[in-house]
Design a protein around this ligand. Sequence first.
Ligand SMILES: Nc1ncnc2c1ncn2[C@@H]1O[C@H](COP(=O)(O)OP(=O)(O)OP(=O)(O)O)[C@@H](O)[C@H]1O
Length: 228
Amino acid sequence: MIDLKGVSKSYAKGQPAVNNVDLHVDKGEFVFVVGNSGSGKSTLIKLLLKELDPTSGVITVNQQNLNKLKRRKIAKYRRGVGVVFQDFRLLKDRNVYENVAFAQRVIEKPTRVIKKRVPEVLTMVGLAEKYKSFPKELSGGEQQRVALARALVNRPAILLADEPTGNLDPKTSFEIMKLLEEINERGTTVLVVTHNREIVNAMKKRVITMKKGVIVSDEQEGEYHYAN
Ligand SMILES: Nc1ncnc2c1ncn2[C@@H]1O[C@H](COP(=O)(O)OP(=O)(O)OP(=O)(O)O)[C@@H](O)[C@H]1O
């Protein structure tokens, strides 16, 4: 599902942000990526979204070698990967329904499909009743649920989450992580970058620890290690 072989990314001279990383994530896995600030986690996510190209190495996602992906196919590729960020990134002038529907409109799904699928996915994230609300009328946790619904509406095989609970209180953070777990149990491969030690230790998932661009540990049912 996700495969990195000898992947490095340097922004400038000096230490690469990602340094000769080998990583394999199977279909259906749930993986946390942890590590100190500056250890290369966001760079890894950007490489997986082909927002950046590696300086060397091969990245394969969904059987596609990203190095070989043609420029005109990049947008289509990204639509097959769900993504959520710390800051939600919702359209402020659109309501919940429209924020989620938008992801289907850009790929020209017929209205009848959108009318069925959007309420379905809003129900999945527990927001069916708030479909008319605007982002500013929602709590942080609710906004992240909308972002998740938008990421999932086109049924991606993979969901990438970069600090999805970074702006949320502990209780809401747990709820969002439980939702990510549910999404994973329905078959989506989930990769979560986080600093949330409590959650990582509670959830007993695979934990990959990065330090200075290198994977320093990779454990099933792992814990949050401080890799100083
Ligand atoms: N656009 C850029 N130009 C130059 N250097 C960059 C750029 N983006 C990141 N870096 C550097 O690459 C390294 C890894 O950064 P990255 O953002 O991937 O770390 P991170 O683990 O996601 O950190 P955080 O937990 O703070 O988000 C850091 O040394 C950072 O300064």
